[in-house]
Design a protein around this ligand. Structure first.
Ligand code: UT7
Length: 390
């Protein structure tokens, strides 16, 4: 081994182990809740059917001034507040979403701008209802590899904008919302311990939102295959069977990779699609369904936002204790599915952190974010004019 290689090898082996811990969390839902009874005023359905088949009683629906990015921004601000770090401490922002503001620029870039997180990279991630676990895994890997220190991971959706409100088999299931976590590097063991990410593209036609560039676009316009451009289509029964299979399988795989057994899991925080899926998965795993966090009754299926929203509520309800093993599991369009095991434990904040001071700093940074954004646009325009005259 050359001397330089040997030195770098020694430096590497001397480097302390890095772990990726969740140190902050937040969630946001639109102001307006819509009950099953309200839905049945314009779709041929009823509260009894919806609740019995899915466990849903209501969902939140965005108004004109609410969007995927505004909900993501609110959830992100809360997560930074809990983490007590500044937006300028962030190295990466990932937004998992199937309902982005634009194809590009990404929703993550909008959030980055509004937060004034000027040292962060930002991108959206598309893995449907598995997106949050995919995004968390991506950020955790970057932290553990040493390339970043802190990341903001968001799941955010306005499903109401892509629902076919005449299709009773889908429009009754979904809702809008956002959840966010801050992940930070730490030397204290724990945090994200294992992940299993999977895809079966052959099932892509079971759950889809045909969009720009779709090879199905022409048929979509013609309404073949039941597809409508920019509207969600789902073969519910088949997706249900797929979901009950992969939830239990992938949790078992993630536990194996983390070196624990399913019995060691203290709480499962699953994607909230249907209470019956969670009951079936609990049966298959042989664990008490009470170990499955469920809030589908109140929020419906918020796709990539459902896991971080459920995680926030589980923490608030004190269902997660220090050193608990948590399993996250997502499943949905792609088809995709993903499981993750986390050992909960929030490293103590460093001495120099002063909550009051940080809170004020965050508010100043948010306030000047708009001004900073405007002044950068103005400078670009002036530069263009000046160059035009030269
Ligand atoms: O987040 C991505 C992952 N998504 C999922 O995991 C969703 C998975 N799928 C499901 O949750 C369930 O399949 C649904 C909740 C979507 C549907 O439940 P189901 O038990 O599979 O019902 P079904 O589609 O087999 O429909 C049963 C009956 C049908 O009537 P017939 O043919 O038996 O006379 C439907 O026409 O219920 C009827 N139906 C409804 N009735 C009242 C379907 N939708 C409705 C409705 N209200 N909204």
């Amino acid at each position: 081994m050359a001397a330089a290689d040997a030195a770098s090898h020694m430096a590497e082996s001397a480097a302390p182990a890095r772990f990726a811990h969740i140190i902050g969390w937040g969630m946001a839902v639109p102001e307006r809740a819509m009950s099953n009874d309200e839905l049945s005023a314009f779709v041929d359905t009823n509260d009894e059917w919806i609740y019995a088949r899915s466990g849903i009683r209501q969902r939140f629906i965005a108004n004109e001034s609410e969007s995927t990015a505004t909900l993501a921004y609110k959830a992100a601000q809360q997560a930074l507040e809990v983490a007590d770090i500044l937006p300028t401490d962030l190295d990466l922002i990932v937004v998992a979403t199937s309902t982005p503001e634009n194809i590009f620029p990404s929703t993550a870039s909008l959030v980055q701008d509004w937060l004034n997180a000027h040292d962060a990279g930002a991108f959206d991630l598309s893995a449907a209802c598995s997106g949050f676990v995919y995004a968390l895994n991506t950020a955790a890997d970057s932290i553990r590899a040493g390339s970043i220190q802190a990341a903001l991971v968001i799941g955010a959706e306005t499903m109401s904008r892509i629902l076919d409100w005449q299709d009773r088999s889908t429009c009754i299931l979904f809702g809008d919302g956002a959840g966010a976590v801050v992940l930070q590097a730490s030397e204290s063991p724990g945090g994200v311990m294992s992940s299993v990410l999977r895809s079966d593209g052959a099932g892509g036609d079971l759950l889809a939102i045909p969009s720009v560039g779709s090879i199905d676009a022409e048929e979509s316009r013609a309404g073949a295959n039941g597809y409508k451009l920019y509207k969600m289509y789902m073969a519910g029964g088949e997706v249900f069977r797929f979901a009950t299979r992969v939830v239990s399988e992938s949790i078992e795989q993630a536990c194996g990779l983390a070196g624990i057994t399913v019995a060691d899991i203290d709480l499962v925080v699953p994607h909230q699609a249907n209470l019956r899926i969670l009951q079936a998965a609990a049966r298959k795993l042989g664990i008490d369904v009470k170990k499955f966090m469920s809030n589908v009754e109140e929020y419906g299926n918020t796709s990539a936002a459902s896991i971080p929203i459920a995680l926030c509520e589980a923490i608030e309800q004190r269902r997660i204790q220090d050193q608990d093993h948590i399993a996250l599991v997502g499943f949905g369009g792609g088809l995709t599915w993903a499981s993750m095991v986390i050992r909960w434990g929030i490293p103590k904040p460093s001495e120099q952190h002063s909550s009051m001071l940080n809170r004020q700093r965050r508010h100043v940074l948010y306030r000047i974010a708009k001004w900073r954004s405007r002044s950068r646009r103005l400078r670009r325009r002036v530069n263009k004019r000046v160059k035009g005259f030269a």
